[in-house]
Ligand binder design. Structure first.
Ligand SMILES: Nc1ncnc2c1ncn2[C@@H]1O[C@H](COP(=O)(O)OP(=O)(O)OP(=O)(O)O)[C@@H](O)[C@H]1O
Length: 268
């Protein structure tokens, strides 16, 4: 059943640190099941926006509602708003199997070895295996994390985040460091996953316009902490708004398979 309450609602929201406005005047609404691409230059506030949205940072002005509430149990909230970040892997034991790592997501842990006082059941392992299989990556289950490719690691991270049955997944630059073939494989997998109705809302932060798959029906462009454009991807990801966001000319925006590749430079 779709959740009728917006996942995120921000009204004139701001985030100010050390006398600097990191986010300002953010008006944004994310409905259940929507897939969003978040784009903007380095330091523009993409990660801060998602941290505030998910309750990892507290806004300093305006209104932010997460799952319809202004104040709520943040631990529970974070389980529902799953953050998928490669940074998590830095804390994971490299010898741990993918399936154990996925199970650990149910307990908010980075792998099962870190857990001393909790009882993990066979049912947890069975659920994790089923999830990996349903996501088309069942063959990764017994592999230690250290042997996985970058793309496989991202897939396992997504599965780990889904162990708490979140209503939203935040992918922070999931394709960073992938070669073109690995990136395409990962994106095709992600696109397939996003097309399934059982997949929660996906928010993907990226630097690369061409990673905005057709399944991302909505997009937000941010520059210097302010929204530059927000709405339907076809109306937001345009040469004009990309130029405004990045301050670089877009000579051409090449469409292929529902994705767009900008050719940066002055128009001739
Ligand atoms: N807690 C904080 N205190 C002070 N400055 C901060 C804090 N968090 C973020 N910033 C600053 O806010 C700006 C936005 O940072 P943020 O990480 O959100 O940008 P980003 O768009 O995700 O960048 P990148 O693409 O480089 O990852 C940066 O200048 C950063 O240094």
């Amino acid at each position: 059943m779709p959740n009728p309450v917006p996942l995120i609602e921000m009204r004139r929201a701001g985030f100010r640190q050390q006398e600097t406005d990191i986010l300002l005047d953010i008006d944004w609404r994310v409905e259940a099941g929507e897939h969003w691409a978040i784009l903007g230059p380095n330091g523009s506030g993409k990660t801060s926006l998602m941290r505030v949205a998910c309750g990892y940072r507290w806004h300093t002005s305006g209104v932010v509602k997460r799952l319809g509430e202004e104040l709520a149990d943040l631990v529970e909230m974070r389980k529902r708003l799953g953050w998928v970040s490669g940074e998590v892997l830095a804390y994971a034991p490299p010898e741990e199997s993918a399936v154990s790592f996925v199970v650990s997501g149910r307990f908010g842990q980075m792998g099962l070895r870190a857990m001393s006082d909790r009882t993990v059941t066979e049912a947890d392992f069975s659920d994790a295996r089923k999830l990996l299989e349903a996501m088309g990556v069942g063959l990764l289950a017994e592999k230690p994390l250290r042997v996985l490719s970058q793309g496989e690691r991202q897939q396992v991270l997504v599965a780990r985040a889904r162990m708490t049955e979140p209503v939203m997944l935040v992918l922070d630059e999931p394709c960073a460091g992938m070669d073109p073939a690995a990136r395409e494989r990962f994106l095709m997998w992600l696109g397939g996953l996003m097309a399934e109705p059982s997949t929660p809302a996906v928010m993907m932060i990226t630097h690369h316009v061409e990673e905005v798959l057709p399944q991302f029906e909505r997009a937000l462009l941010i520059g210097e902490g302010r929204i530059v454009a927000v709405g339907a991807t076809g109306e937001v990801v345009t040469a004009a708004s990309l130029e405004k966001t990045y301050g670089v000319g877009v000579a051409q925006l090449v469409e292929h398979g529902g994705r767009h590749w900008p050719i940066w430079g002055e128009r001739r």
